[in-house]
Design a binder for this molecule. Sequence first.
Ligand code: KG4
Ligand code: ZN
Length: 342
Amino acid sequence: MRGNGYSPFFTFTMVILGIETSCDETSAGIVRDGEILSNIILTQTAHSDYGGVVPEIASREHTRFIVPIVNKALGEAQVDFGNIDAVAVTRGPGLIGCLLVGVSYARNLGLSLNIPVMGINHLEGHLATSLINNGDKFPLLCLIASGGHTSLVVVNGFREYNILGRTRDDAAGEAFDKVAKLLGISYPGGAKLDKLASEGNPDRYKFPSVKLKKGRWDFSFSGIKTAVSLKIKELGNRDEIKADIAAGFRKAAVAMLISRLRDAIECSRCRRFAVVGGVAQNSLLRSEAKLLSAECGIEYYFPPPNLCGDNGAMIALAGWLGIKHEVRNFEDFDAAPYLPLN
Ligand code: KG4
Ligand code: ZN
């Protein structure tokens, strides 16, 4: 797939349509000069019977919903196609069939409206939800914690990343979803497990939080997950233990995320940190981050819940930030399922 060769010319006000279809959210958002006018998110429910995202079903659902979701985003923002100056679309990383739906739609729209199309890295979309509020204050320590990614990144400037660590096995959200599944909670289970954990005793069952050498910022969730699985096998998956197991797991998983943040704050020059991605909605992570910020005397930021999970507005924001920083955004691009951050 090739670009449309459009040479962009920008007026002062810029309206961007952002499209996200990398996994199981079909989403579109409208951003005008960095301000979110609408953000419509459809989380596909067709996967719940399968205990996880089925790529082929996800692609078909995107095809089914992308047009009504974009129309809804336009309607809520009170703009029409003629008002859009550019389209920003997730080009990767993600599921190839899903990415292709968004990229093909965006390309066709760009051609028919004769407007430019930007291919956006999904992780830069998540990062944009904190950078949009960060002004030019760098370096910013950023934890990206989602269903597919867990990375600790120092952002030294726009598109200047130093990746300190990443997960060695499951992503944080993936671990929440898998433990939820072990407890019989339907997919996607992360948010439901969080709620259940709030009713439980986090100290009744203790699960190990892997300690790597100080200065090492990689994450690993498989040990905690196996410990939970063994405990459930030992005790039986009884309703009366579920909240305590959920609370014990959440405590261990959040401790891992917070300990890496603490180490990185101590070892870096960062005077502010942010947490982005679906797991940033976790209530314990939010309260522990608040304590960490007070303990270290540094600023912290979490996006509002509707910007944490996958959404179209964050993709439009990333496009807008690129334009603001005059980074070339309009090169040809393909859907890229393994696109790295750098
Ligand atoms: O960012 P996101 O929408 O998708 C990816 O880019 O992967 O993140 C989705 C992930 C899922 O694994 C979901 O279970 C998890 O975020 N999640 C949570 C919570 N809400 C969503 N995990 C823990 N606690 C939550 N409250
Ligand atoms: Zn995501």
